[in-house]
Write a protein that binds this ligand. Structure first.
Ligand code: FMN
Length: 192
């Protein structure tokens, strides 16, 4: 039991955000992506609504997504600088896959929408921890148009569904940076 806790603790506390620019272009097998999503699928979910959905771009399709993302951002913001546009175009150049994680609202009205968000975030964390255990670098980002209406239209989402983030996955050769938390842990434990 102690051994399992130590293994899990190492994975949880060792997981770090690794940005796409720090990735090295190496490819993750599609089957591995599917295994990570299978882990995501074990997240807790109120009413068994299982609201998480993952839209996946792999291989050459990563560049297609990134160009589409840059174009939709430029269409929504005519003042977007050329530099910001190009950053989005090239954001996935060194990533293996991009996933857009979506909260698909279930059809149980008694489940508040925020619980669907919570369940989807738990699913993403499962995926990120699975990635960490396999030495896969991951970045959860909400920049660009990720949370904007144009992304919802791009994915043909229903009004009641929402994007929660973009996940860039790949491998990295760079040294992992030290984890950092600003608020002391003691402040987050309110013993009653
Ligand atoms: C919902 C969510 C959205 C995030 N969006 C961004 C983002 O747009 N840009 C960014 O640099 N990091 C983003 N992050 C990553 C955080 O910056 C990162 O998790 C935080 O710095 C803590 O670092 P760690 O993940 O290595 O512990 C996001 C994380 C979450 C959970």
């Amino acid at each position: 039991m102690q051994e399992q806790f130590q293994t899990l603790s190492k994975i949880i506390s060792g997981r770090r955000t690794i940005k796409p620019a720090q990735m090295n272009g190496a490819t993750i097998e599609n089957s591995t992506i599917e295994k990570l999503i299978a882990l995501a699928d074990w997240a807790p979910t109120h009413g068994r609504t299982e609201p998480w959905r993952f839209y996946i771009w792999g291989g050459e399709k990563v560049a297609v997504f990134c160009k589409d993302h840059a174009d939709m951002k430029r269409a929504a913001n005519t003042e977007l600088t050329e530099e910001a546009y190009n950053n989005l175009v090239h954001m996935g150049d060194k990533s293996s896959h991009v996933l857009i994680a979506v909260i698909r609202r279930g059809d149980l009205p008694k489940i508040p929408a925020f619980e669907e968000t919570a369940a989807t975030a738990a699913a993403i964390q499962n995926l990120l921890l699975g990635a960490e255990s396999l030495g896969i670098a991951a970045y959860w980002g909400t920049g660009g148009s990720v949370l904007q209406p144009e992304m919802k239209s791009y994915l043909k989402l229903r009004e009641e569904d929402h994007v929660i983030g973009a996940l860039y996955l790949g491998y990295s050769d760079e040294p992992v940076k030290e984890g950092m938390r600003k608020t002391p842990l003691a402040e987050k434990m309110i013993w009653m």
